[in-house]
Design a protein around this ligand. Structure first.
Ligand SMILES: [Zn+2]
Length: 144
């Protein structure tokens, strides 16, 4: 147990830079704590005094790690490094389930990924084949 604690605290320091923990850091932390059998995503945000509103939203560029990719020519485009990615939103969805909520509506998906089009959001969500419940506007998606 002692070794595990030491390991967690060492890795924890790697997640936090300049006293700031970003979405990537929180995600790393979640994985680490889950691996160490420490329960609860909600508890993690609470424990580190991070409000849901403080979690950085937007699709993260897999290349340069900048947040806020936009949809260009049916792909995600990073204005920072110019890279295109087809499925960058998948990671954002995983982050959402880990950090924000256990279910996700079309609206929540759009808010989290900064998408404006309901249809585009529906298409992307449908292609992910996530389990869902409810219908039409009441439909929510669940983690796989
Ligand atoms: Zn980039």
């Amino acid at each position: 147990m002692g070794i595990i604690c030491w390991n967690v605290s060492k890795k924890l320091k790697e997640c936090i830079k300049d006293d700031v923990i970003d979405r990537k850091g929180i995600r790393k932390l979640c994985k680490l704590l889950l691996k160490s059998h420490v329960p609860g995503t909600q508890d993690i945000l609470l424990k580190y005094g991070v409000a849901k509103s403080e979690v950085i939203t937007g699709v993260q560029c897999p290349n340069c790690k900048a947040f806020g990719m936009t949809r260009v020519r049916r792909k995600w485009f990073c204005e920072k490094c110019g890279c295109f990615d087809k499925s960058a939103h998948v990671e954002a969805v995983k982050d959402f389930f880990l950090l924000m909520n256990s279910t996700m509506s079309n609206k929540q998906f759009r808010e989290f990924t900064h998408l404006t089009s309901v249809d585009m959001a529906s298409k992307l969500l449908m292609r992910m084949n996530l389990p869902s419940s409810g219908a039409n506007k009441g439909r929510v998606y669940h983690p796989q």
